[in-house]
Design a protein around this ligand. Structure first.
Ligand code: NAD
Ligand code: LMR
Length: 543
């Protein structure tokens, strides 16, 4: 007996899950001698329903079923997984197209892809059933980059089987009589059912059917819209046929297709004019767990083949805009990029700052070194010269001469300094004498002026007394009281005080004027002195 393989089924409590699990357990997918361990993944709210499915599976007592694991954690479900049927996704409802599910289901495949990347076996193989199957498969593969792309496949086997079923019904034969059909492109209304290389009991289909109009019209339309028709009729999407198609697909892929053509949506590689980048359904033959694309002449359908490829590339473009799937992650990612850019900028700035500091440090060090070397060199030269002098036969005389010369220079400098000081002192005392003499002269003038004014005032007073005594004679004649000669009237006393005050004020003004003149004189002298000193120092610098 072979070792059991771990088979993951996502959405195991759903419709397809319910149909597919007994078939896997019975050996329909991996062969009648291949035991399996079922790894059943569901969302948390569906775990109770899943428990019921598990009980039923146990009750079936399938000999090949060696174990069941039920979980809501993808990391547990995909741990060491060999194969997976990725069914768990929301099915479309009436009035929807499969691409409408893109935004809803893409996130599921992103998470599961990441889990596969981390914990699944590197030989892991996955069949994606959840819609839109082709683009979900792309998302899954992109998030599990260490698993080869050829190990991922999206399911178009249902469309393939539907094509066989329609032809067999029309031709009145069994499906096993029909061979060589396939479906190109997307699992959507743009798919291209292809019967040009197909046969019924070995004869070309067109010949057997004999009704090209039906083939081009009703037949193609039925295949393309079968999913919608089932939803309309059942109120639910296809389940038993989908589960059967998934089993067929996995069986032929792993166990071989016995030379028969089967449809599989695999990573495009340029074949049939479809560039790499999308999971595109093509005719394949499978052997030893590997598929191989079968080259058929589909040149007449080239436009239709391109149209369905374009639709897949459009879905891919939409998928690449991560905002649709997870706005929060997109925001975080945008913030991360902004932060990263800022960090890089600040790194550059601090780097250039450090560089600048380094350059500056080098310059300063160099300058210091040069300065030190220079000064050291100077000292060294002096010492050298001294040593040389000491060694010379004339050294003593020369040194003595030099010392004497130095002494003389010093003495001369001292004398000059003293001379200058004496000159300054002489000038200063001269100025002081001038100032003193001028002040004395002014004071004498002032005294003289004052004496003159006093004399004049005495004269005036005498004249006034005389005129008053004349007045008293006249008054005596008129019989009034005669005034005493030495007592002045209050009016005259006031007048006298006023004059004395005026004279005193004039004296004060005169003194103030003289003081100002003296100050001005002093200021001028100082200015001249400063001017001379400046000239002297200027000439000294020049010297
Ligand atoms: P369903 O609603 O009956 O079952 C889906 C199950 O998936 C549910 O039990 C649900 O809980 C589960 N699920 C949801 N999110 C999950 C997650 N993140 N992880 C695990 N499980 C999760 O639907 P169904 O009829 O079984 O169809 C499933 C999918 O298959 C749908 O998307 C449907 O459109 C698609 N489908 C594809 C084809 C085809 O040919 N490719 C055919 C039929 C159906
Ligand atoms: C189908 O073809 O039956 C499935 O893809 C379900 C659907 O939404 O059509």
């Amino acid at each position: 007996m072979k070792d059991p393989v771990r088979v993951v089924v996502t959405g195991a409590a759903g419709q397809i899950g319910y149909s597919i699990l007994p078939r896997i357990s019975k050996g329909d997918a991996f062969g009648p001698d291949q035991p399996v361990i079922l790894m059943l993944l569901e969302i948390t709210p569906a775990l109770t329903a899943l428990k019921g499915v598990e009980m039923e599976l146990i009750d079936c007592a399938f000999p090949l079923l060696h174990g069941i694991v039920c979980t809501d954690d993808p990391m547990v479900a995909f741990k060491d997984a060999d194969y997976a049927f990725l069914v768990g996704a929301f099915p479309r409802k009436a009035g929807m197209v499969r691409a409408d599910l893109l935004a809803k289901n893409a996130g599921i495949f992103k998470v599961q892809g990441a889990a596969i990347e981390k914990v699944a076996k590197k030989t892991f193989k996955a069949l994606v059933v959840g819609n839109p199957a082709n683009t979900n498969c792309l998302i899954l593969a992109e998030h599990a980059p260490s698993i080869p792309r050829k190990n991922f496949c999206a399911m178009t086997r249902l469309d393939h089987n539907r094509t066989i079923g329609q032809l067999a019904t029309r031709a009145g034969c069994t499906p096993s009589d029909v061979e060589g059909v396939c479906v190109f492109g997307n699992h959507s209304a743009s798919m291209v059912p292809f019967i040009e290389a197909a046969t019924i009991k070995g004869k070309p289909v067109r010949e057997v059917i004999g009704d090209d109009e039906w083939i081009a019209g009703e037949f193609i339309k039925t295949i393309k819209t079968r999913g919608g028709a089932i939803i309309k009729a059942r109120g639910l999407s296809s389940a038993c046929s989908a589960a059967n198609a998934a089993i067929d697909c996995m069986h032929d892929w792993i166990c071989g297709s016995d030379g028969k053509i089967v449809s599989m949506a695999i990573m495009s590689s340029g074949k049939y004019g479809v560039p790499e980048g999308v999971f595109y359904s093509v005719p394949c033959k499978c052997k030893d767990g590997e598929w191989e694309v079968v080259e058929l002449d589909a040149s007449k359908q080239a436009d239709a083949l391109k149209a369905t490829a374009d639709e897949l590339f459009d879905e891919r473009k939409t998928r690449l805009s991560d905002y649709i799937f997870d706005p929060m992650i997109a925001d975080a990612r945008r913030e991360f990029h902004v932060l990263k850019a800022r960090m890089e900028t600040s790194k550059i700035i601090s780097k250039s700052f450090a560089e600048r500091m380094e350059i500056r440090k080098n310059i300063v060090t160099k300058q210091r070194k040069e300065f030190w070397e220079k000064s050291h060199h100077k000292d060294e030269m002096k010492k050298k010269w001294k040593r040389k002098m000491e060694k010379s036969p004339f050294a003593v005389d020369l040194v003595a001469d030099q010392e004497r010369l130095d002494e003389e220079m010093k003495f001369q400098k001292l004398m000059e300094k003293r001379k200058k000081r004496a000159e300054t002192m002489r000038k200063k005392s001269l100025e002081q004498r001038i100032v003193r003499e001028t002040a004395q002269k002014h004071a004498q003038d002032l005294i003289r002026k004052r004496q003159r004014r006093e004399r004049e005032r005495a004269h005036k007073n005498a004249a006034l007394k005389r005129s008053k005594s004349a007045g008293s004679v006249a008054r005596r004649k008129r019989g009034s009281r005669p005034p005493t000669a030495d007592v002045l009237s209050p009016y005259h006393q006031l007048e006298e005080r006023r004059q004395a005050m005026r004279a005193h004020m004039e004296d004060l003004h005169e003194l103030a004027r003289q003081k100002l003149q003296l100050q001005e004189l002093k200021r001028r002298r100082m200015m001249e002195e400063q001017h001379k000193q400046h000239d002297y120092s200027g000439s000294y610098r020049k010297f």
